[in-house]
Design a protein around this ligand. Structure first.
Ligand code: KG4
Ligand code: ZN
Length: 345
């Protein structure tokens, strides 16, 4: 069964064709990063206008690269939330129109559930059935949470961020360090040659966790580290003129974010009986997070599972994949869907 997936929740215009929920025949992503970079963040009006302009071509390219015609498409899957309302509407409207025109099912997909599914994309990786329940650290530009995934789209959120998402902390930190946008890749790159121990930035929730409630033990907070960086730069204004020093501060800042993420992840691992730890979402591309997550998983005797890099950040293969696995809103209810900017797991 071939599903056409459409994803327009933020600043990536994406379409993909996935067979039987696993084999990715094509995955096309038009990144709007260049268009938003001058503003230091995503501008919703620019995002939706570009989705309108680019999406039809991106969908046609996804079919062409998959080597299939419209007659080979058995269903259309589209992200309906969470995300930017005006961006979601573009994908949802095209998805509805295509499904109607083709006379095929429309499947509404939750973007966060799609990220959780991303580790199952690819014919050679273990399937959802083989993996069973797992713990996922979902870290993106808009979300940071620890989730006990009991099956595709059967999720229990153990804890989440109390303020910023991890990706936001990277983006805002990079902005303060004048490293450009998007901040995650910029801090990742700058940190490679930086001293991680130059500044001891605060880690959230480093106190003893055993007596805390599950939600408190598995929560995150990044406003403290962001404020600490702001104060550091105010008190050490010479930093920004010295690239070597910027790299050191970036590496120290990244280390604090990674440690905070993994502290709560370790606590969740103590509470959850499963053999796999997955890290998904755009921030899972971070080299230091990958390295330390691997060490954490090994310490706890768990297998670390990451999606292929091209499926970590926003893409439509994860949307089509989850629909191909039988999940999502279906039938007449799918055609009734509206964009849901605040949809949760
Ligand atoms: O999952 P995603 O593509 O979009 C959302 O659903 O939000 O995640 C985007 C986030 C951005 O905040 C970006 O800075 C971050 O992922 N990111 C990274 C890296 N690559 C992307 N953060 C840290 N290190 C990276 N290498
Ligand atoms: Zn995302």
């Amino acid at each position: 069964m071939n599903i056409l997936g459409i994803e327009t929740s933020c600043d990536e215009t994406a379409a993909a064709v996935v067979r039987d929920g696993r084999a990715v025949l094509s995955s096309v992503v038009f990144s709007q990063i260049r268009l938003h970079a001058p503003y230091g963040g995503v501008v919703p009006e620019i995002a939706s206008r570009n989705h309108v302009q680019k999406l039809p071509g991106v969908v046609e390219q996804a079919l062409a690269e998959a080597g299939v015609g419209w007659d080979a498409i058995d269903g259309v899957a589209v992200t309906y939330g969470p995300g930017l309302a005006s961006s979601l509407l573009v994908g949802l409207s095209l998805g509805k129109a295509l499904a109607m025109r083709l006379g095929k099912p429309l499947i509404g997909i939750n973007h966060l559930e799609a990220h959780l599914y991303s580790i199952f994309l690819g014919a050679d990786v273990p399937s959802a059935d083989d993996t069973g329940a797992f713990l996922a650290l979902l870290v993106s530009g808009g979300h940071s949470c620890l989730v006990h995934v009991q099956g595709p789209a059967r999720n229990r959120v153990l804890g989440q961020t109390l303020d910023d998402a991890a990706g936001e902390a990277f983006d805002k930190g990079a902005n303060l360090l004048r490293l450009g946008y998007p901040g995650g890749p910029a801090i990742d790159k700058a940190s490679r040659e930086g001293r991680r121990d130059l500044v001891k930035f605060p880690r959230s929730f480093q106190g003893r966790g055993r007596k805390k409630s599950d939600a408190a033990a598995c929560a995150f907070s990044f406003s403290g580290v962001k404020t600490a960086l702001l104060y550091y730069l105010r008190d050490n204004p010479e930093t920004l003129a010295d690239l070597g020093r910027v790299r050191d501060v970036a590496a120290s800042y990244q280390e604090a974010i990674v440690d905070s993420l993994l502290k709560s992840t370790g606590r969740a691992l103590q509470r959850i009986d499963c053999s796999v730890l997955a890290v998904v979402g755009g921030v899972s591309l971070n080299a230091r997070l990958r390295e330390k997550a691997a060490a954490l998983a090994a310490r706890h005797g768990r297998d670390l599972r990451l999606a292929e890099p091209r499926f970590c950040a926003d893409n439509a293969a994860m949307v089509a994949g989850l629909a191909g696995a039988g999940e999502g809103v279906r039938g007449a209810a799918a055609f009734e869907l509206d964009a849901e900017p605040n949809l949760t797991l």
